[in-house]
Design a protein around this ligand. Structure first.
Ligand SMILES: CCCCCCCC/C=C\CCCCCCCC(=O)SCCNC(=O)CCNC(=O)[C@H](O)C(C)(C)COP(=O)(O)OP(=O)(O)OC[C@H]1O[C@@H](n2cnc3c(N)ncnc32)[C@H](O)[C@@H]1OP(=O)(O)O
Ligand SMILES: NC(=O)C1=CN([C@@H]2O[C@H](COP(=O)(O)OP(=O)(O)OC[C@H]3O[C@@H](n4cnc5c(N)ncnc54)[C@H](OP(=O)(O)O)[C@@H]3O)[C@@H](O)[C@H]2O)C=CC1
Length: 539
């Protein structure tokens, strides 16, 4: 009898413990445990953060297949081996030292027929994968249309075809961009009709000569600013076409920036979007930029996007919404911040935490006026670059500054479309999803951007760029400050010399200037004599 009672008590305690554990456990993390996931674009900026968060929050995930191509003379295996050593995986490495065993790389090239996946690998994917996250894309604004179509559109179509045959597929999450429909001002969480018949366009570019495609690209893309946003819009339509066959959802992040909290505040590993400009400003290279100071800078931290992606994957698979969900993942409508404010915080952070070996003291003119911007480009970009290159030549070195500025100006030109206008995105689906999460999920997979404190975020962004992108040590800050002081002295000396030279030229040419000059000099002389006389009297 005693034994039976003990057993009953033990059983009740166990049930209570399990109930308690389940009520405090994350449903999202629990969902991915024992699931097999496929990620495309895993070697990219967002792919790495996605993989890290997934492996850290759901250590019992069955497997994470990643589609990887050989690149820059490195085989797929070498690339993955190098990638897992990256700093971004430091936290998961600490929590689960054998995390890389879960990562299963698959050789693939998204622009090739059948994604160039071998029959054996294909079979493995078809029989195992439960969730697909499609992140791979070319995000270059200057990508030739043919390649952007091949990768962003045809690649997506082929992946959809493959996914259709996956026997255990529960969700397909497509990562698009909030700017896919940037030809509109107000963007809802719906798919807009494509501007062309996709099949016809793909057929056209297949047989047309590269140079002709290049020539007619502006006509083809119409009111889209570049081939990237245009092809992302077409891809969205293709994904929607599959909604009856697949359980799909689309995530549309705006400008993805450094992380807010995870894996580390300010983590970033590329120069895309604002990151290159922020660094150029910190190095004192960028001194003027064409932005509308009052336009909304719709930046979103990468970890927020990844949390939303994982939550959307769970929701799509478990709740199976009747209509295909599109999640605009933006900050502007919820917690807006302007380009002018970003500029101010970037400069003030870099003054407190300077980058090493800056070219000039960080400072930025931000204007949307074309003429004013051109003036500053001439005065504070081209003139110093020419002078510096002249100095390099004199000292027997290779001039390089003008080349850097030409590249910077090319980037600025391509980015200006996004920094001189504002858009309004609705974010009802993001709010709805947030409301569906348990308190624990909301904490673990936080995508509530109302809590984002912009000045703190921008400061961490700049410091993250310094640490993770430029590999600069924080202990070098005193020396960097000393370098800025040296630059300040050089600037003062240069400005004074310039003023004297200009004045001398002016004096030589005009009687009036000479008169003013003599008047000022005699005034100064009288002033000094008066001071000297009064101080002698006091003694
Ligand atoms: C006071 C400061 C205030 C700040 C103000 C901020 C201003 C506004 C800024 C931003 C607004 C952004 C709006 C975006 C909205 C859309 C969002 C989306 O949906 S998605 C994705 C967006 N996609 C891109 O961001 C791709 C843009 N980039 C490109 O298309 C190309 O990079 C391009 C055409 C701009 C330049 O191309 P190339 O051929 O001249 O150079 P390359 O191939 O990119 O770089 C060559 C090498 O140099 C490095 N590099 C690039 N930029 C660098 C830099 N600034 N400093 C040092 N190295 C840099 C790269 O890492 C690369 O290195 P390796 O060859 O891979 O080892
Ligand atoms: N970054 C941003 O600001 C924003 C990004 N997005 C979207 O998020 C997604 C991820 O972007 P992000 O991580 O920044 O981009 P990255 O350029 O960092 O990563 C792109 C990924 O796609 C892979 N890829 C490119 N071409 C091929 C190919 N032919 N075959 C196989 N894989 C390929 C790359 O692999 P490899 O390493 O081999 O080159 C890389 O893993 C994209 O879909 C993008 O449109 C949306 C809004 C903003």
């Amino acid at each position: 009898m005693q034994v039976v009672n003990n057993h009953k008590r033990y059983h009740l305690q166990e049930v209570r413990r399990r109930t308690e554990r389940e009520s405090t456990m994350s449903s999202i993390a629990a969902y991915y445990n024992r699931k097999t996931v496929l990620i495309t674009g895993a070697t990219g900026f967002m792919g790495k953060v996605l993989m890290e968060k997934l492996l850290r929050s759901s250590p019992n995930v069955e497997a994470v297949y990643i589609l990887v191509r050989p690149k820059a003379g490195q085989s797929m295996q070498e690339r993955v081996a190098n990638m897992v050593k990256s700093k971004v995986f430091d936290r998961v490495r600490e929590d689960c030292p054998h995390f890389q065993e879960k990562i299963k790389p698959i050789n693939a090239e998204l622009t090739q027929p059948n994604l160039a996946i071998s029959a054996k690998d294909s079979q493995e994917l078809l029989s195992r994968v439960n969730v697909v996250f499609h992140c791979a894309a070319t995000i270059r604004f200057d990508e030739p249309l043919k390649h952007a179509l091949l990768l962003n559109v045809m690649g997506t179509q082929q992946l959809l075809l493959l996914s259709r045959q996956m026997q255990k597929l529960e969700a397909f999450i497509h990562v698009s961009t909030a700017y896919a429909n940037c030809n509109r001002r107000n963007i809802d969480e719906v798919i807009y009709p494509p501007p062309v018949e996709i099949k016809k366009l793909c057929d056209l570019v297949e047989w047309l000569d590269e140079s002709i495609i290049q020539e007619i690209t502006p006509k083809l893309i119409g009111d889209w600013p570049n081939t990237y946003t245009y092809t992302k819009a077409l891809a969205e339509y293709l994904v929607q076409q599959e909604k009856d066959h697949l359980n799909v959802a689309i995530i549309r992040p705006s400008i993805v920036g450094a992380s807010w909290h995870e894996p580390f505040p300010g983590w970033i590993d590329n120069f895309n979007g604002p990151s290159g400009m922020i660094i150029a400003a910190g190095k004192g290279i960028l001194q003027t930029v064409k932005v509308n100071n009052d336009a909304v800078a719709d930046l979103i931290p990468v970890d927020v996007v990844i949390n939303l992606i994982l939550a959307a994957g769970w929701y799509t698979a478990v709740h199976r919404p009747k209509t295909m969900m599109v999640y605009n993942c933006t900050t502007g409508g919820i917690n807006p911040f302007c380009w002018g404010d970003i500029g101010y915080h970037v400069i003030s952070t870099f003054k407190r935490n300077p980058l090493e070996q800056a070219f000039r003291i960080p400072s930025a003119q931000m204007t949307s006026n074309h003429l004013i911007n051109q003036y500053w480009i001439t005065v504070s970009h081209k003139a110093p670059a020419m002078l510096y290159d002249f100095y390099l030549r004199l000292t027997g070195r290779k001039p390089r500054m003008m080349k850097i500025f030409n590249r910077l100006h090319k980037s600025m030109m391509l980015l200006e479309y996004f920094t001189t206008q504002s858009w309004e995105w609705s974010s009802e689906n993001m709010n709805m999803l947030m409301a569906q999460l348990s308190p624990e999920d909301r904490r673990l997979f936080n995508f509530d951007v109302r809590q984002l404190h912009w000045s703190e975020y921008i400061e961490n962004y700049c410091i993250g760029a310094k640490k993770y992108l430029l590999n600069e040590d924080m202990s070098g800050i005193p020396a960097a400050k000393q370098h800025l002081r040296k630059l300040r002295n050089i600037q003062y000396a240069f400005n004074t010399t310039l003023l004297v030279i200009i004045w001398r030229i002016f004096i030589a040419r005009s009687q009036m200037a000479r008169n003013i000059w003599y008047f000022v000099v005699s005034l100064c002389y009288k002033f000094l004599s008066y001071f000297r006389a009064s101080s002698t009297l006091r003694h």
